[in-house]
Design a protein around this ligand. Structure first.
Ligand code: COA
Ligand code: AMP
Length: 264
């Protein structure tokens, strides 16, 4: 089967509005390109004056992964909850909170939003991404239709395209052996659901991670001390990964329930 990576990004007056990508076979190309253009034209952040769609044939077979189990925390998140999640990751709590606040202020120089993720390394959580404005952007990912349908069924009315895309991206990231977890706050002023992933646990959906209307957001990838950063960046940007299956979607009322999760 011939597989293609399809990537879309849109902007207005050089400012990024939205992006999307997937991996599909040749027969699905036309439909996917149409749906991405539609998506670019209907974004809550506004109307683009530039839409770029890129199609590339994959040169290697994608790595097939099962999506992380999703835990939907039904109570609004606070810093204490984040501290517990950083603790589960084995990352210093207070440094984690500093990074979260940095995201809310804009983690690029001058308080701007980064174009990709921060990389922070144990033991102290120093930033090691090569460029603090750009960060590192995960790419070359996709999900098969059957898995997407299953996620829709499991999540029911809590399903969103943001959830699907973020779960795909986060599954690729956490699959790398040097990654302990991730924190994500969307920069979309209308989307206030963020997440934390934790190795050995899964994807924890966090409501109210920022105030509605805030145009800031960002991502942090938490790394082990011995991480080879160059090798990791190459994996995150270039290794094709496709989600073949979805595992589970459960509601959680208190983050303490996660401490005794069967995955741990
Ligand atoms: N924020 C700001 N600018 C962005 C951007 C973002 N999230 N993504 C792309 N751009 C702009 C930048 O100017 C970038 O130049 P840079 O590399 O110097 O930062 C330029 O577009 C080209 O980016 P590139 O990644 O080379 O474009 P692409 O067409 O190959 O892929 C995406 C674009 C958006 C599809 C890809 O980067 C991506 O983010 N994929 C994941 C998409 C996804 O599922 N996102 C949802 C996560 S919840
Ligand atoms: P979003 O969830 O799309 O609102 O993105 C939230 C933040 O994550 C953005 O502000 C960027 O800092 C960062 N980001 C966006 N796309 C990527 C990506 N593909 N990989 C890593 N980080 C990203």
């Amino acid at each position: 089967m011939e597989l293609f990576s399809v990537k879309m990004r849109s902007s207005r007056e050089e400012e990024h509005i939205s992006g999307a990508e997937t991996i599909v076979d040749r027969a699905e190309l036309v439909e996917v390109v149409g749906s991405f253009v539609k998506r670019a034209l209907n974004h809550t952040k506004g109307e683009p004056d530039f839409i770029n769609v890129k199609i590339e044939k994959l040169k290697e077979k994608p790595l097939e992964l099962v999506a992380l189990p999703v835990y939907d925390l039904m109570t609004p998140v606070d810093e204490e909850t984040l501290r517990k999640l950083f603790g589960l990751m084995g990352f210093p709590n207070e440094r984690g909170i500093e990074l979260y606040r940095e995201i809310l202020r804009g983690a690029a120089p001058g308080g701007k939003v980064m174009r990709g993720a921060m990389l922070v390394k144990l033991p102290f959580g120093e930033r090691v991404e090569p460029d603090r404005e750009r960060g590192v952007r995960v790419s070359t990912v996709g999900i098969v239709k059957e898995a997407e349908e299953r996620l829709k069924k499991l999540a029911g009315d809590r399903y969103t395209e943001n959830l699907r895309d973020a779960l795909v991206l986060a599954t690729k990231v956490l699959n790398h052996p040097a990654v302990l977890g991730e924190l994500c706050v969307s920069d979309d002023p209308n989307y206030t659901i963020g997440y934390v992933t934790v190795k050995g646990l899964g994807y924890v959906r966090l409501r109210g991670i920022k105030e509605k209307g805030l145009r800031k957001g960002g991502r942090v990838f938490f790394l082990k001390e011995n991480c080879d950063v160059e090798e990791l960046i190459n994996y995150l940007e270039k290794k094709p990964v496709i989600i073949k299956e979805v595992s589970s979607y459960s509601s959680v009322v208190d983050v303490r329930e996660l401490l005794s999760s069967p995955m741990r």
